[in-house]
Design a protein around this ligand. Sequence first.
Ligand code: NAD
Length: 387
Amino acid sequence: MYYGEKRVEDPIRWAMVGGGKGSQIGYIHRSSALRDFNFELVAGAFDIDPERGKAFGKELHVSEDRCYPDYKTMFAEEAKREDGIQAVSVATPNGTHYEITKAALEAGLHVVCEKPLCFTTEQAEELEALAAGKNKVVGVTYGYAGHQMIEEARQIIAEGKLGDIRIVNMQFSHGFHNVAVETTTASTKWRVDPKVAGPSYVLGDVGTHPLYLSEVMLPEMKIKRLLCSRQSFVGSRAPLEDNAMTIMEYDNGAVGYLWSSCVNCGSMHGQKIRVIGEKASLEWWDERPNQLTFEVQGESVKVLERGMDYLAPSAMVDDRIGGGHPEGLFEAWSNLYSRFARAMEAAEKGKSVDFWYPNVHAGVEGVRWVENCVRSADSGAVWVDYE
Ligand code: NAD
């Protein structure tokens, strides 16, 4: 159980690039970072429009002289201060992540970067090497991974309760973009523009989320080859897809299916993962995140509830309120930000950490998966060896 007691010695002096007023994801970054007093928001370049960014920064109680017109100015000016920023979160459209994260690492900052980390595996590996060389943390916000029922699933699988894993069935398929909403919505417009979004739309935007959940639950399993078919049902989105199915073969003989979509009419969110072993299955769905279904063949279904004593101790340490009350996306994000902070503090002290979190390597693996999917789809939906 967690009561909000401090988890780092001193709050980390933190800034944001992007996440301005009207953005989709900025608020949850602030809410999660600030909730447990692990971070202190002291600076920002919050918006592509400097005036709007400055006005918003003031509304967030950031002093006017630390609301910067752009990230380059912020990194340069903050480096001159004794109390300058130590970490930055990057919540801008995809096409800027690589350059901002690279500049932040070069400026000696820890980074929390939105997914996708960048457009190519080569760039991603460069960032990973740079972070290692600078001894800096890069966290990536695969938000629901921080939900405790994901940790519970990881423990159940590690204990062998499913037996050998045969099938991983995943999806993140919502229906909000079944028509060309990008003509009227700025945050969708860039998502279907390859120059800003990168080589994919839904594969990177939503598919990488359940992919990371599978990496958390099944850390030993590695993809051997995959086949991806992608479509642009709203034709103007081509070459970027609004629907895709990926089939993966793993090194242990298991098979995985991942459906990424934004045209699944009527679906609110639709992020699910079902792990099927030779004896039993587990299923988790982000629209009811507090319940994890455990199904043993031939027995009645068990629904495991968050916050209950029968869960693994590691699935209880971040519990903020007992079972029965719901915890959701905001708590999951807070748990991740708490781990990011502890990892940053440990890095400063030259120590390693004994917990998992979506780190720079997870970011690399997300980019690698998208790249392989696109390679397969654009070669005619053929099997490709995983590179
Ligand atoms: P958005 O278009 O709603 O907002 C982008 C924000 O960034 C705006 O405030 C804009 O002014 C600002 N901005 C753009 N370029 C900038 C620059 N160079 N410097 C400073 N500010 C800049 O986008 P969004 O939906 O919030 O998505 C942002 C990122 O977050 C994307 O990479 C997206 O993939 C990711 N995202 C992640 C999740 C998740 O669950 N982890 C969910 C949604 C979005």
